[in-house]
Ligand binder design. Sequence first.
Ligand code: ADP
Ligand code: MG
Length: 338
Amino acid sequence: MIRDTFVNGSDARVRIELPTPAYPASKKLEELIRQRIKFAAAELEPRIELHSTVRGKDAGGRIGLNVHNIIAVGSGKGGVGKSTVSAALACGLHSMGCRVGLMDADVYGPSIPHMMNAKGQPAASEMKDEQGNRVMRMEPIDVGGVKLMSMGFFIEQGQSVVWRGPMLHKALTQFLKDTQWGELDYLIIDLPPGTGDAPMSLAQLVPSTGVVIVTTPHSVAANIAGKAAQLFQALQRPLLGVVENMATFVCPGCGSESRIFSGTSGRSLAEGLGIAFLGSVPLDPSVSDASDRGLPSLVAEPGRPQAAAFREIAGRIAAQASILAEGHRSSPDVAGVL
Ligand SMILES: Nc1ncnc2c1ncn2[C@@H]1O[C@H](COP(=O)(O)OP(=O)(O)O)[C@@H](O)[C@H]1O
Ligand SMILES: [Mg+2]
């Protein structure tokens, strides 16, 4: 990460290039460098400049997108908070200075438009692609700087749609490729739940940077999350780690914290799979209140413990993605290392 060093008299400058603006340990790194310089030459006054450039495998290149990292969020079971985590991840990374898109690929229950209070229909316009062919492209809906696309924008509220294998596959492919995402540091994909055709074919189609598994500490949820994780591994999709949602509850009366469910914890699921444990989000009524009002809780209640947990998890996911982008295996130990 050290890009340049400069010493003139007592003036010492170090230029650091972080792999992402969401790098979770930048303060710690800055302090460490300062200490080392002071240790080596106490008379120097170090000035440490932190910059960041998101690198990535240019995950979108193969399908014609200018997207550095694609991060798919999956779970085995529905209702564990996959969409909540996807929205928080998108908003968290955006608030740290990253260019972010969020694609709601949960065709069975598109909930991102509601959670983000995104209204309207994406505008379509005709343009020329790189080969000069005339193509139709859709403009994502911008909410506070995050670019959104969802099947929900095309379905009347309350209406349900039956998607079958090939139709679903085509619709999702089309969706992803025909959206005018522009240059993005991170594209977050909220996958459909389960281990069926839809999430798996999408995971196969998308040259994703990695998959984040969301679970709750119920054994049923963890078992099926484990199965989903193994299937992603079998498809050669790197797993970035496990997020445990709804793990603890802080009593608003006395402030004591209790674990509500006693099943397999996110940490033991991650250990069993040999992947990183990315963190735990408490059950907090403000999370569901906020998303019912159309605001991700991270934005609505930035001071609560759930928001701190989401921000920390976003940083770890970004760090994991950059480790992968450098061609290393994701580290099961990322939380410890940072
Ligand atoms: N940590 C949490 N605390 C309280 N409610 C939550 C939390 N995470 C999710 N919820 C709520 O649980 C419900 C299901 O979450 P959702 O993200 O839609 O799950 P999924 O996408 O996995 O089906 C939503 O009403 C959501 O607001
Ligand atoms: Mg959902």
